[in-house]
Every structure is written in C-alpha cells, then in structure tokens.
Design a binder for this molecule. Structure first.
Ligand SMILES: [Zn+2]
Length: 301
C-alpha cells in the first residue's frame, strides 16, 4: 500500500474506527459479555455499543492494543503503517519525528507494543530441512554513545540461536530467532522443539548439545576446522543480516530488548516477499493484543 493509498483509505479517526469495527466484528457486533448481537451505538460516544440484552457498553477498541491509549486511532494506524512499510524498520526517534509525537517516550512505547504484535500466535513450525546454529552480538548500555563504535570495546555479548527452514531443493524459507541463556543441551533442544516440527531434518555444526535432540533427523555437519558459515551458509547469512540491520537501524541492541529486536527481524524476514500485506498482518496481530501499560514493558525484564 503506497502512502497516498494509505492516506486515502485512512483520512481520519472515523475511517480507522470503521476499519477496526469491520475487522473485529465482520458479521456484525457481538457482545463480549453475553454474546448478544443486538446493540445500539451510544449517541454520546461514537463507536461504543450498548448491548440490548445485558446493557454492557463496549468500545470498538476494548480488548485491543489501542484501548485506553491517549493517542488517537489515526496515530496508531500511521505508526503501524510506518513500521510495516519501512523495509528496514524504524527507530523510536524516527517514529517520533514522522508522526509528530510529543515525546520520545510515547514513540518508544508504541514501538515496543507493536513489536510485541510481531509474533503470529498461529504460525506453524519449520519443516523439511532446518539449519540451526548459535551466534552473538555485542550490546550497548545506556551510557554508550549511540552512534559510536569506532575503537570502542564491546561491553559484552548477547547470545542467541536461530533456525532457517530450507525447501527440499535448498531454497531459504522462514526463520526463527530467540535469545539463548546458555549453551546447555536442554536450552538448545527447547529452542529446536519450539521451532521445528518433529521429524524435520536438523543440520547443525555438530556441537555436542545437539546430540540429545529427540524426534528429529539430526545431521551434524562436522567438518574439522571448516568455518561454520561454510557448512551452514543460510543461517549465517541470516545472522549477518540481523547484525547489520540491528546496527544500522537501532545503532546496536540494548540487553533487555534483544528478544523484541529478534522478533521484529523475524517478522520482516518472513514477510520479505509480502511487504504489501504487512500492514494488514501487523494490524490484525496488534488489534488482537490486549492493552498493556508502560510498566509492563519496563518491569518485565
Ligand atoms: Zn451483552
């Protein structure tokens, strides 16, 4: 969807509310309390409905990420559009400028909330042939200069693990990435069983932690001192792309947010050929997420 098309489709709050209404109740309003389908729109509050059976009042935003937000729907829609249409992602600062938001904190919180929407709860496990390996990325702390990098020694490294699904003829398809606490066999097999379907062929570098994988056709590719990017080329390409993207778009990752950065990257990678439908996809996932407050994002780490 081009920017012009977006602006024509969503000129104001009313258009956004109508769109949300249609997405939430495609067959017409259904009361979340009693299931009743007869309701009146309140004269005093637009897009809020009072159930004829139980009198419960339900706003079109109730139960969605947009609920109780001090930002209007149009701003949310513009943020979703900005995130979905920037093929490389957008920083909180860019979002603040582009949407004319009053504060950096507001932009940052919106981004965090929308990144949370980037995992499709209905997604299926990786199949066929799956390359798996671990990697790490240096992280920066609050005090580090944001644009720095020259000559600055890394304060530490964050470990993560990834998998990429290959078609039987070797073409890359979907990926998964997640932070890795340690290199124990249990951490690694927990990742594999959450990422790949039982019976898939797992290609690894032969690291001993993979030997205890159960239910998979495991093919360790131990090739002496040969570099891992030679024997597992696709997952290493993903790692390199992720690092370049994280450094370019976000100027490096901050420790508490690694998971969200990985999730955003996975979202973008898995839809790299369907960017046109990203707005609808991200909108659908965001609208299905319940409201979360600022504290939930700051406290959960
Ligand atoms: Zn009701």
């Amino acid at each position: 969807m081009s920017r012009t098309a977006f602006n024509e489709r969503f000129p104001d709050d009313t258009a956004c509310a109508r769109f949300l209404l249609e997405k939430r109740w495609p067959q017409g309003f259904v009361c979340p309390a009693c299931g009743g389908q007869k309701a009146w729109e309140l004269a005093t509050k637009r897009f809020t409905y009072e159930c004829a059976a139980c009198d419960r009042q339900t706003s079109v935003t109730a139960g969605t990420i947009f609920h109780r937000s001090h930002l209007d729907l149009l701003t949310w829609f513009q943020a979703i559009y900005a995130i979905a249409s920037h093929s490389n992602g957008i920083s909180a600062l860019q979002l603040q400028v582009q949407l004319g938001l009053g504060s950096y904190k507001t932009a940052w919180l919106m981004l965090q909330k929308l990144r949370r929407a980037m995992i499709d709860p209905d997604r299926s496990l990786l199949e066929d042939v799956v390359e798996v390996d671990e990697s790490d990325i240096p992280y920066r702390t609050k005090g580090d200069p944001i644009a720095g990098g020259q000559g600055r020694s890394a304060v530490g490294k964050l470990h993560f693990i990834g998998a990429i699904e290959l078609s039987p003829d070797g073409h890359p398809r979907r990926i998964r990435l997640t932070p890795l606490q340690d290199f124990s066999a249990s951490s690694i097999s927990a990742f594999v069983s959450g990422a790949a379907t039982p019976g898939a062929t797992i290609l690894s570098d032969g690291f001993s932690a993979y030997r205890s994988l159960k239910g998979y056709n495991h093919k360790p590719k131990v090739v002496g001192k040969m570099a891992a990017h030679m024997i597992l080329p696709w997952i290493h390409r993903v790692f390199a792309n992720f690092k370049r993207w994280a450094l370019g778009t976000y100027h490096g990752v901050r420790k508490p947010h690694l998971q969200r950065y990985l999730e955003e990257f996975v979202f973008r990678w898995n839809r790299r050929r369907h960017m046109k439908s990203s707005f609808d996809m991200l909108f659908r996932l965001a609208a299905a997420l319940p409201h979360a407050g600022y504290r939930q994002f700051v406290d959960q780490y």
